[in-house]
Design a protein around this ligand. Structure first.
Ligand SMILES: NC(=O)C1=CN([C@@H]2O[C@H](COP(=O)(O)OP(=O)(O)OC[C@H]3O[C@@H](n4cnc5c(N)ncnc54)[C@H](OP(=O)(O)O)[C@@H]3O)[C@@H](O)[C@H]2O)C=CC1
Ligand SMILES: Nc1nc(=O)c2c([nH]1)NC[C@@H]1CN(c3ccc(C(=O)N[C@@H](CCC(=O)O)C(=O)O)cc3)C=[N+]21
Length: 305
């Protein structure tokens, strides 16, 4: 069989960012509003610093305002909550992103709950999770699942009804919202996790397989149904062949999977760039809603399906 189509998330994300840039320019022209995202980073985690820098770069490139808050690792929880209160009240800030993971002494759920839902650019607030789960309009959809869905639709078309989807991983930020989106698209959805019995067999049934486990190359080629669409969310840094060097791999053994799947996202260059592009989209959408302007179609769940 021919090798799988490689889904070019980097290229799709570049196109999406260009559409967001157009939307930003239009909102400025029509309402005099420049979308702004506040990015809060607590501590010095090197991976988080890399992600935060690429988010800030994307904001500036798209004509949006970036408000950076880099705070010490020992910041008191009460001070972080007070910072969020200030950002909630600031009319120039349309979106707020608190980079995860937070240091252990801070209660993540308490912090996420403090962000007003309309400014929750990540879509992690319980109100947005609840709107998504109940299929209501106006939910801000988490960036990684939204980006993954856009890639699935670009590969398979809008009509996903009846397809068997397997979501591997049940985190609040990836697995659960991914399953909600696929369910709304009329897929038959299975969620798998560390307690799943016979994971390879569950995976082999899937027409659409989304892997978000954080285990390097765990999903093998013989776990994949011939012709399936494979979305690899995993970002794992492992030792490279060259001593002292590292490289990124996904949760899927790409070299094996590419021989079986119908289409597959690479790591890097797959879901990662879509996450950042969707964050830009969510920020634009939040600014549009605040200004009473029409919201870009791709950001709405209903419109996205
Ligand atoms: N590309 C991108 O933009 C993004 C990438 N990521 C990456 O995606 C991956 C997942 O992230 P996230 O959802 O936050 O991860 P979490 O660690 O929060 O969740 C991992 C999930 O995988 C399950 N799991 C772990 N080990 C196994 C196993 N051996 N067999 C079956 N299931 C297992 C866990 O099951 P259980 O619940 O039973 O413990 C859990 O549900 C990571 O590699 C992360 O770096 C994350 C966000 C964005
Ligand atoms: N509040 C919050 N929101 C997040 O969305 C969030 C977070 N916290 N914490 C960490 C995870 C991880 N994440 C990624 C974003 C982009 C890439 C990305 O662009 N990856 C590139 C490669 C980057 C590299 O080379 O390191 C790629 O896959 O091509 C990866 C991972 C967002 N996350």
């Amino acid at each position: 069989m021919a090798d799988a189509k490689i889904i070019d998330g980097k290229a799709f994300a570049a196109g999406l960012r260009a559409r967001v840039a157009d939307g930003v320019a239009a909102l400025k022209a029509s309402h005099g509003v420049t979308p702004g995202l506040a990015v809060v980073l607590v501590g010095e985690d090197p991976a988080s610093q890399v992600y935060v820098r690429s988010k800030e770069r994307a904001l500036v490139e798209l004509g949006m305002n970036s408000f950076d808050h880099h705070e010490p690792a020992d910041m008191a929880e009460s001070d972080l909550l007070a910072l969020i209160d200030r950002l909630n009240a600031d009319p120039a800030v349309h979106g707020i992103l608190v980079q995860l993971p937070l240091p252990k002494h801070i209660d993540t759920q308490k912090v996420l709950a403090r962000i007003v839902p309309e400014k929750d650019a990540d879509g992690f607030h319980v109100v947005n999770a609840g709107l998504l789960a109940t299929g209501q309009p106006g939910a801000i959809v988490p960036c990684t699942p939204l980006g993954s869905l856009l890639l699935i639709r670009d590969t398979l078309g809008r009509d996903l009804k009846g397809k068997r989807a397997l979501v591997l991983g049940r985190s609040n930020i990836v697995g659960k919202p991914m399953a909600q989106l696929l369910l709304q698209a009329d897929c038959t959805v299975t969620m798998a996790h560390s307690r799943t019995a016979d994971l390879p067999e569950e995976c082999r049934r899937a027409d659409i397989l989304v892997a978000a486990v954080g285990r390097p190359e765990m999903v093998r080629g013989d776990w994949i149904k011939a012709g399936a669409t494979v979305i690899d969310v995993g970002i794992n840094r492992v030792a490279a062949a060259e001593p002292g060097k590292t490289r990124l791999v996904g949760d899927v053994a790409f070299d094996e999977a590419v021989k079986v799947a119908g289409a597959i996202t690479p790591v890097p260059g797959g879901v990662g760039p879509m996450t950042i592009a969707c964050l830009m989209l969510n920020t634009l959408a939040a600014a549009c809603r605040a200004a009473g302007a029409p919201v870009p179609a791709e950001a709405g769940v209903g419109a996205a399906l």
